[in-house]
Design a protein around this ligand. Structure first.
Ligand code: UD1
Ligand code: CA
Length: 469
């Protein structure tokens, strides 16, 4: 039986007070709409249809960029434009020509990001292509929500009445409609064709199909959401921040259950995925983005930002360090390495075991072999650094000639003195020593001492100029 998934995302989101379409606002680093698409990915729908309207071009482009155009074609994500937006029923009317088969159509909201796959699956299973199944939620404050009207005798669902159309008695009902349902596709097509906009808001309400199904004698079921969080929508920045915190708290709890030690789960943010070994400790105010891997015994100090990086067992990232691999695996730190405080690792930083990177050291597109050290105020860009190299304070690679980038190769056991400029392309042979303050423009042979700076002169008895009287 073919499954269609329709995601409504045409609404304006006025209360966000933003130029960005509401469904593109981010929760844990991913757009609200991307969260919804991700939770319905495992459902293997024959068609996933996103209804766009406000900011349609932006929304469609963002989905394409998120999942890749090829994946979009393969995964059957299609877009239907709804212009103007005359209500949720009108939105589904626009999607009718895109619905495939006679099975089930699941309807989700682009601004309800935390819907769980299992809940969506429960709706689909209960529908089984012939019942109308509503996801409902018991709310402490149901204002604004459509209310579920039930038969006082057998508790069966009779209808949904929108808040603005509800009588004072109906407004006392705490069971609200979440905005999500699963419907038999053929019946859904028929019902939405019969909607009218004769109501308080002058809109075509999708929720009016409930009474139609009841009138036709079709089974109508209400399934209660497992948590309020999974049905909460985002309408304004306050709700967005609340859902972000709820999501972060849940992620932090999962990680702690898996053994990770967080100094304070309320001061931890994960915008992506974090895989970890045993005995990993994370101090307060750290942000993890993209794909981050932490090996056994890794410790991360307070206030670090780590994005798309692999940190091997026993490595220590001290306070205020910034690691950004840009793409998954784009930066790596070897076992037992010591990084920071105040270190900056950029894309292509690949550090071996026991490497030391100290304060105000920047590493970009460079590999450092086992035991290499750059402890203070230095820059390594486009460099290949051998084992046990000691790279002095203030040393830099001049890797860019204004047009092209060039490589610096530093052999094992080289010592680079303080305040050196290594003008690339240049190679320092194994065991070479570079005198402090040198500007190195030519290759240095293995074992040599290279000094390239003005010679010190001494003028004995020199008298400082004095002010004329
Ligand atoms: C809707 C439900 C209400 C439910 C509530 C839950 C209807 C008539 N009412 O009300 O019973 O309790 O959600 O949040 O369905 N949208 C479009 N095109 C439109 C209008 C809306 O795509 O023309 C999209 C919006 O972008 C949003 C979703 O549909 O993702 C819900 O729209 P919204 O205006 O928030 O519906 P409510 O009035 O809150
Ligand atoms: Ca709403």
């Amino acid at each position: 039986m073919a499954l269609n998934i329709v995601i409504m995302a045409a609404g304006k989101g006025t209360r966000m007070k933003s130029a960005t379409p509401k469904v593109l606002h981010k929760l844990a680093g991913r757009s609200l709409l991307a969260h919804v698409l991700k939770s319905c990915e495992p459902l293997h729908a024959a068609a996933r249809i996103v209804i766009t309207g406000h900011g349609a071009e932006l929304v469609e482009a963002a989905v394409a960029a998120d999942i890749g155009t090829a994946a979009q074609a393969a995964g059957g994500i299609g877009f239907v434009r709804q212009m103007p937006q005359l209500g949720t029923g009108h939105a589904i009317q626009q999607a009718v020509p895109a619905l495939v088969g006679e099975g089930t159509t699941l309807i989700l909201n682009g601004d309800v990001p935390l819907i769980e796959t299992a809940t969506a699956k429960a709706l689909i299973d209960a529908c089984a292509g012939h019942a109308l199944v509503l996801l409902t939620v018991d709310l402490f404050d149901p204002s604004g929500y459509g209310r579920i009207l039930r038969d006082p005798d057998d508790d069966g669902v009779l209808a949904i009445v929108e808040h603005k159309d509800a009588t004072p008695e109906q407004r006392l009902i705490h069971e609200g409609y979440s905005g999500m349902m699963a419907a038999p596709t053929a019946a859904l097509k028929r019902w939405v064709g019969q909607l009218s906009n004769n109501n308080a808001q002058g809109e075509y309400y999708l929720t009016d199909i409930v009474a139609m199904a009841v009138a036709e004698g079709l089974p109508v079921l209400g399934i209660k959401a497992s948590s309020e969080t999974e049905v909460l929508g985002v309408n304004d920045p306050v709700q967005l921040a609340q859902l972000e915190r709820a999501f972060q708290a849940a992620q932090a709890e999962d990680l702690m259950h898996a053994g990770m030690r967080l100094a304070d789960p309320a001061r931890f943010d994960l915008r992506g995925t974090l895989t970890h070994g045993q005995d990993v400790e994370i101090d307060v105010n750290c942000v993890f983005e993209g794909e981050v891997e932490l090996g056994d015994g890794v410790r991360i100090g307070a206030n670090c930002v780590i994005r798309n990086a692999k940190i091997a067992a026993g490595a220590r990232i001290h306070e205020f360090s910034h690691i950004d691999g840009e793409k998954p695996g784009g930066a790596s730190v070897g076992a037992g390495a010591l990084i920071g405080p105040f270190a900056r690792l950029r894309p292509g930083a690949q550090l071996g075991a026991d490497v030391h990177i100290g304060n105000f050291v920047e590493v970009k597109n460079s590999t450092l072999a086992k035991g290499a050290k750059a402890n203070h105020l230095a820059y390594l860009g486009d460099a290949t650094v051998g084992e046990r190299v000691n790279y002095g304070a203030g040393a830099i690679t001049a890797n860019y000639d204004g047009a092209n980038k060039h490589r610096t190769t530093i052999g094992d056991d080289v010592h680079v003195g303080s305040n050196c400029v290594l003008v690339a392309p240049v190679t320092l042979g194994k065991g070479a020593t570079i005198g402090g303050g040198s500007t190195i423009t030519k290759d240095v042979n293995p074992g040599d001492l290279a000094v390239a700076r003005g010679k010190q002169v001494a003028l004995t008895g020199w008298i400082r100029p004095a002010k004329k009287r």
